[in-house]
Unconditional design. Sequence first.
Length: 178
Amino acid sequence: RGHPVYTVGRNTADEARQTGFTNIESAAGTVDDLAVLLSKALTTSLIPALYVRGEHISADLVDILSKNGVSLLEFVGYSAIPAQNLSINLLNLLDLRKIEAVMLFSARGGQIFSDLVQQYDRAVRLKATKALCISDAVVHSVSVLPFQQALVAEKPDRYGMIRLLEQLAPTILHKVKD
């Protein structure tokens, strides 16, 4: 666990630390940030680097780094299976316009949400709902939905998303009191 670990953001760095890794460097939260970090760190390394990733990716890190002369061994470590439907409870809340905000952490997740909302013909129910998005790519993935407003996290990580939610807290708490 003493080998260097490079993560895309603080959340993954925290997870690596909790599992016993000690030599961790974290990028600023995007695959482009990670590519810059790895380009600097791996150009002189004699040890092959292992890239553990999900099945679905937003950008091909192996391709990006190969253009800079850096190669990675690639391993698909997990796959996220998309939801096939929306729950009755969520549909009811959408119908009652009780959803103040939707937190969206990936463009793929945003696209899946968008597709499902349209499949259930509930898009119009989002006119008073805010989209809290981790990045501009996520905003784009839900751009067909008529959200009241789409907000983007200052930093593309869970802490940036929590800050967005905290910004809405006074508005949400005021409505709860009413």
